[in-house]
Design a binder for this molecule. Structure first.
Ligand code: GDP
Ligand code: IMO
Ligand code: MG
Length: 429
């Protein structure tokens, strides 16, 4: 049985939650390795809709162990709320969820700092999710962060909390009530204590015992702190390398990487977007794809499939295979543009520009593909798809240089087709 990473090949919201839920049936453990409750992973089980933010999507499968890795930043209040939501929906959480003792903790002052930073007028706002994610990672890297293990030690937590709150009060120029935060967080500590584990150790023991692990990426590669469209990115390592640093599992234990991509592309928040469809074209996709943020409800910016971007994210992550989701959203189009190359100053470029200026200069080169104008929903194998839809998928495969191992034509579990004989089929067993 293999250990695989399933992650976003674009700017997030590719449908990772749906795919992780589906694949996790075949795995023993599902681990989140980065991000926090800025993620919104939607899973439909029949009529029931779940939006998972911090808890791995595998929790919805009875018998699957969910684990929040050390690379994740945890807002304990949000975690408790999400646990309660699942319990109320009849999902077993106790005994099925663990959280790393090395994960960093988000505090209210992190959200306050983010708000102050996003409302500055001297630089462009990133358009963050206002969850305190960036400032918490800042404290982690500055080596003054508070981790879950610290939260579990009452005396130690009290000291650290006072110190960090005083730092933030000075930075914000307003008082921060450390005592109130301490009291609130001690309540969370009591609730979370039975869940706390050493993630690297737990996974190493499990793997030795032959258990398989699915690593669930949050956000997407183009939002990765190093490889994304910096500074319009999130503050964590969403790309495949993050799965190792964010859980303590060595690269030698990873058997494969699956990229999830929409049949088109979206982005939430600010930043360069070479294939953005403005006006009516973008509006049509937004409406058909219901492209509104699962966490913030913000309208997502919509655009056309960007093959150079996919070639880039495939290279950064080493995709073995990709899933193409939301093919049904394109059902109504007469023709569909696909970006096949980037031109900057009239010259074709191969590599992804590193600066916002460079990214904004990209002129997307398009090829027009004929649409299929038939509903793809209800197809039970790729062979049943209309010929133009099959040609469209083959074109994406050829242009990206990655096999299409799975196709999704609706939000529900059964609206998914794994390609027979694909590398993906082998990886998910
Ligand atoms: P994630 O963050 O990558 O897990 O993706 P989100 O949950 O934020 O956004 C994906 C949205 O598309 C969710 O509302 C899913 O229910 C929905 N979805 C996933 N796959 C498909 C599909 O193939 N077709 C359609 N129409 N919706 C899909
Ligand atoms: P999932 O896992 C899409 C975006 C925000 C913003 C930038 C930084 O559901 O795909 P942050 O709050 O992380 O500091 O915001 O990243 N962003 C996402 N966009 N999907 C997500 O998660 C995202 N998580 C953060 O919109 O542009
Ligand atoms: Mg999402």
């Amino acid at each position: 049985m293999s250990n695989i990473i399933v992650l976003g090949a674009q700017w997030g919201d590719e449908g990772k939650g749906k795919m992780v839920d589906l694949f996790s049936e075949k795995f023993d453990i599902v681990a989140r390795y980065q991000g926090g409750h800025n993620a919104g992973h939607t899973v439909f089980i029949g009529e029931k809709k779940f939006v998972l933010k911090l808890i791995p999507s595998g929790i919805l499968r009875p018998g699957v162990q969910a684990i929040i890795g050390n690379g994740v930043v945890v807002d304990p209040g949000a975690l408790v709320q999400e646990m309660d939501m699942l319990i109320a929906a009849g999902i077993a959480v106790d005994g099925h969820l663990l959280v790393s003792n090395r994960a960093h903790v988000i505090f209210p002052f992190h959200r306050m700092i983010e708000k102050a930073s996003e409302s500055r007028t001297d630089r462009a706002a990133i358009g963050t999710t206002s969850r305190g994610i960036g400032p918490t990672y800042e404290d982690k890297i500055a080596r003054r962060g508070i981790r879950v293990a610290d939260l579990m030690d009452k005396a130690r937590f009290g000291d650290l909390c006072k110190l960090l709150a005083a730092d933030k009060a000075a930075l914000l120029g307003e008082p921060v009530d450390a005592a109130a935060i301490q009291a609130e967080y001690e309540g969370y500590a009591d609730r979370l204590r039975p869940l706390v584990c050493d993630c690297a150790y737990t996974l190493s023991v499990a793997m030795k015992a032959g258990k398989s692990v699915l690593f669930e990426g949050a956000q997407g590669t183009m939002l990765d702190i190093d490889h994304g469209t910096y500074p319009f990115v999130t503050s964590s390592s969403a790309a495949a390398g993050g799965a190792c640093t964010g859980t303590g599992v060595p690269p030698t234990k990873i058997d494969g990487v699956i990229g999830v991509s929409k049949a088109y592309i979206t982005r939430v928040g600010g930043g360069p977007f070479a294939t953005e469809a403005h006006g009516e074209a973008g509006e049509r996709i937004r409406k058909a794809g219901n492209e509104f943020g699962a966490v913030t409800g913000r309208p997502r910016r919509c655009g056309w499939f960007d093959a150079p971007l996919l070639r880039y994210t495939a290279a950064v992550n080493g995709f073995d295979s990709m899933v193409i989701t939301k093919v049904d959203v394109l059902d109504m189009l007469d023709e569909i543009p696909v970006c096949t190359g980037y031109k900057i100053d009239g010259e074709l470029v191969e590599s992804m520009p590193a600066t916002v200026d460079g990214l904004e200069k990209i002129e997307a080169v398009y090829e027009m593909l004929p649409g299929w104008r038939t509903s793809t929903r209800g197809a039970s194998s790729v062979d049943e798809l209309p010929v133009n839809a099959r040609n469209y998928l083959s074109f994406l495969e050829e242009q990206s240089g990655v096999e299409v191992g799975c196709v999704s034509v609706g939000p529900e579990r059964n609206e998914t087709m794994v390609v027979k004989g694909s590398r993906l089929e082998k990886l998910i067993g």
